[in-house]
Write a protein that binds this ligand. Structure first.
Ligand SMILES: Nc1nc2c(ncn2[C@@H]2O[C@H](COP(=O)(O)OP(=O)(O)OP(=O)(O)O)[C@@H](O)[C@H]2O)c(=O)[nH]1
Ligand SMILES: [Mg+2]
Length: 289
């Protein structure tokens, strides 16, 4: 049986979370058009008779500006340390030299596959050109071109992954897709809606903490706090007469219901915690450690 840990690395917005979801055939990681959506390492366990691949989605690699960023980059580091294989994801429209520098700076201890993403709508010669650029780089065993969004060549990528993995015994039993609790995904689904509904800095100043998750006979009751840094941000999250938070709640509830397959009663509260992104105790409380 082919078994191994395969981590997805790349710049913010390259499509790492979209790729994890495409590989898993299931939405595990939240996705948005904005950069720095992912803040944690998210494992997806893909088990078949002939293989078990533990994929890790990671935060986009950035220069840390506050403690939350440092935690995010620690998640990248952890995923580097136990990787048997690295998928180096590059948005094909993005600057190649910059990606090259970033991939070099990772100092991979494992083989790497450069994955050119977002080839949908790209001229084939552009893809060939980009592939030629990365071929032969020290971190690059192979170049694979895909569209994570359109699920193009995901099978080809999986085949390449399996060919580079060692034989072994499975790490995870049963049919679990991930090692993270449902509560985590609930918080993430609420956070995803924040990325879509609010502009500018709000998504970056906010986090979500699920305070209660109770399975009742006919539905699941969930209570979550949305944490922001300033009173003005609380006002924006709420919206006029609470209009925005109602919309947020409705949209998030639909996704959560689909995810857990049960009716959900979702209650949201907004709390102000100045400088939570730079405060160790808050970061720990909110699951960033
Ligand atoms: N056209 C196109 N868009 C894509 C593709 N893959 C991802 N995207 C889009 O790119 C944007 C970013 O996708 P994410 O999966 O959130 O990117 P990420 O690398 O996880 O981003 P961070 O978590 O912020 O580092 C979203 O709007 C996706 O829909 C693709 O193959 N083609
Ligand atoms: Mg992501």
């Amino acid at each position: 049986m082919k078994v191994g840990f395969v981590s997805i690395f790349g710049k913010p917005n390259a499509g790492k979370s979209t790729l994890l979801n495409a590989l898993m055939g299931e939405k595990l990681a939240i996705v948005s058009p904005k950069v720095q959506t992912t803040r944690h390492r998210i494992k997806g366990i893909l088990t078949e008779k002939e293989y078990q691949v533990i994929f890790s989605d990671t935060p986009g690699i950035i220069e840390p500006r506050y403690k939350l960023h440092e935690k995010m980059m620690q998640a990248v580091k952890n995923s580097l340390e136990d990787a048997d294989l690295a998928l180096l994801l590059c948005d094909i429209r993005d600057d190649r030299e910059e990606n090259d520098q970033l991939f070099q700076a990772l100092k991979l201890q494992s083989p790497g596959i450069v994955v050119l993403n977002k080839i949908d709508g790209m001229a084939p010669e552009k893809v060939t050109e980009a592939a030629a650029f990365f071929t032969g780089k020290p971190y690059c065993r192979e170049v694979i071109a895909i569209s994570a969004l359109k699920k193009k060549n995901i099978d080809g990528l999986l085949a390449a992954v399996l060919s580079l993995l060692p034989d072994g015994q499975p790490f995870f039993e049963g049919d679990d897709l991930t090692d993270l609790p449902t509560k985590f995904f609930v918080g993430e689904m609420i956070r995803e809606k924040i990325f879509y509904l609010y502009g500018d800095e709000i998504p970056y100043q906010a986090t979500v903490l699920v305070q209660e998750f109770k399975e009742k006979s006919t539905l699941t009751k969930i209570r979550a706090d949305i944490i922001v840094q300033r009173e003005t941000q609380k006002g924006i999250i709420l919206g006029e007469g609470g209009k925005m938070i109602r919309q947020l709640g409705t949209e998030a509830r639909k996704d959560i219901e689909e995810f857990i397959g049960r009716k959900v009663f979702l209650e949201l509260f907004v709390k102000v915690r100045p400088k939570w992104r730079d405060t160790e105790t808050f970061l720990k409380e909110y699951g960033y450690s």
